[in-house]
Ligand binder design. Structure first.
Ligand code: CA
Length: 229
């Protein structure tokens, strides 16, 4: 089955690399273009789907999208935007973008958009079994199990959810507040130390007891991130 080829047009290397990492984990063929000229060339000759940042050197994302549509190229486009007024333009000008994501986004959001669009164009996209693998560590989303070297580790439900959330966004710093809202919900009455307590327990069970150091990294004054490797 041919693999979906995704072009990431983004001059911010940290964002481009993060997206690339996550899309590759999904089994997709991924390239990065750092300016508008390269983007146009690769969109015409190589890509099945384009993730297009608006703020690009040489030719901006608006113009890239407009040019591709003028040429009647039908590859789906997901625009990345940093500002609300750009959203108005994407929606208002009917550039031919199929969807958009506003920064800061989680890689998961982008992957969800890519999956939807890939299905629409009928491109082979094997929904991989929802098991995240990081060396000796496996996180099985369906069975809600964590395994190290094949042995199941007992995590409490919230610990599992927290680990899964961080691992699904590996490499991305997530604030305590964001984690609280995602795992415990908006109406949770506890404070941000709840997150710290759970992180400590996960570290104890994985990093200390199973000798898997440096999985959950502290981002000082902010929150945590899952080590991207
Ligand atoms: Ca940019």
């Amino acid at each position: 089955m041919p693999v979906l080829r995704v072009l990431i047009a983004e001059d911010d290397a940290s964002i481009a690399d993060l997206l690339k990492h996550h899309l590759q984990r999904e089994g997709l063929d991924v390239c990065i273009a750092g300016d508008g000229n390269v983007t146009l060339r690769m969109a015409r000759n190589w890509a099945d789907l384009l993730i297009l940042d608006i703020g690009l050197p040489a030719i901006d994302g608006f113009e890239v999208a407009r040019t591709l549509r003028r040429e009647k190229r039908e590859l789906p486009i997901v625009m990345l935007t940093a500002r609300a007024d750009e959203v108005d333009r994407i929606v208002g000008l009917e550039l031919g973008a199929d969807d958009y994501v506003t920064k800061p986004f989680s890689p998961r959001e982008v992957i969800a958009r890519v999956k939807t669009l890939a299905r629409r164009i009928g491109k082979a996209y094997q929904d991989h079994p929802a098991i995240l693998k990081f060396g000796r560590l496996e996180i099985d989303e369906v069975a809600r199990e964590v395994r190290v070297d094949g042995a199941t580790i007992r995590l409490k439900p919230r610990e599992f959810s927290l680990l899964l959330e961080l691992a699904s966004n590996a490499g991305m710093a997530m604030s305590r507040q964001m984690l609280l809202e995602k795992i415990w919900g908006f109406d949770f009455l506890g404070d941000e130390r709840t997150v710290d307590v759970h992180v400590r327990r996960i570290r104890l069970k994985l990093e200390e007891q199973r000798k898997l150091p440096g999985i959950l990294l502290t981002v000082h004054g902010f929150g945590y991130k899952f080590a991207c490797r």
